[in-house]
Design a protein around this ligand. Structure first.
Ligand code: COA
Length: 151
C-alpha cells in the first residue's frame, strides 16, 4: 500500500509562490504572495506534484511560538493552498498530516494558524480548535480566526 505521506516533498520558496498567488491572492487587494517567514531559519515548504510535475498543493511550516504557551515549541502553518481543480480530494489533509510529522520531529507540541473563516470546516475536520474572536487579516482583508491543534 502507498503511504500518502510519501507523495509530499520539500520544495523551495520560489516553487511555492505561483500556487500561493493563484489560490490565496486571486481575489485579494494585495497580490504579494511572499511571507517574511519564508526566509526564517527552520521554515520549510511542503508540496505535492501531480503526474505532469505541476505543483498542486503547498503549505509552509514556520517555527513560531503559540501565543497561549509561549515557552513551548510550536509550528505555525502558513500558505495552505490546493489548486482549485484538485480541492476536496484529500490533498489538504495529506499536507496537514505531513506538517504534523514535521512538527513532531522538532518536538513541537502545537501547530497553529490564522485560518480563513471560509476554510474553517477544513481545519475543524483536521483536529484544530478555534481560539478567540474573529479578526480581519491585514493582507487579505478577509475574516479569520486563530486555530490550534495540540499534537
Ligand atoms: C482549504 C484547502 C487548503 C483544503 O485543501 P483540500 O485539499 O481541498 O482539503 P481536503 O480535500 O483534505 O478536504 C477538503 C474537503 O473535501 C472533503 N474531501 C476530502 N477528500 C475527499 C474525497 N476523496 N472525496 C470527496 N470529498 C473529499 C473533505 O471532507 C473536506 O471537507 P471540509 O472542507 O468540509 O472539511 C483548499 O480547499 C484550498 O486551497 N482552499 C482555498 C485557499 C484557502 O482557503 N486556504 C486556507 C487559507 S487559511
Amino acid at each position: 500500500m502507498i503511504n500518502p505521506l510519501s507523495i509530499v516533498v520539500e520544495i523551495k520558496t520560489h516553487e511555492t509562490l505561483p500556487l500561493r498567488a493563484a489560490v490565496l491572492r486571486a481575489d485579494t487587494p494585495n497580490k504579494n504572495a511572499s511571507y517574511p517567514e519564508d526566509s526564517k531559519p527552520g521554515t520549510i515548504h511542503l508540496g505535492i506534484f501531480d503526474e505532469d510535475k505541476t505543483l498542486v498543493a503547498t503549505s509552509t511550516w514556520v517555527m513560531n511560538p503559540w501565543q497561549e504557551d509561549p515557552n513551548a515549541i510550536a509550528v505555525q502553518l502558513r500558505g495552505m493552498a490546493v489548486a482549485v481543480n484538485k480541492q476536496s480530494s484529500g490533498l489538504g489533509k495529506i499536507l496537514i498530516d505531513a506538517g504534523v510529522a514535521h512538527a513532531k520531529s522538532h518536538s513541537a507540541i502545537y501547530i497553529w494558524a490564522k485560518a480563513r473563516d471560509a476554510a474553517m470546516s477544513f481545519y475543524l475536520r483536521n483536529e484544530f480548535a478555534v481560539v478567540g474572536e474573529s479578526f480581519t487579516e491585514g493582507v487579505t482583508q478577509l475574516p479569520h480566526h486563530l486555530v490550534v491543534r495540540k499534537i
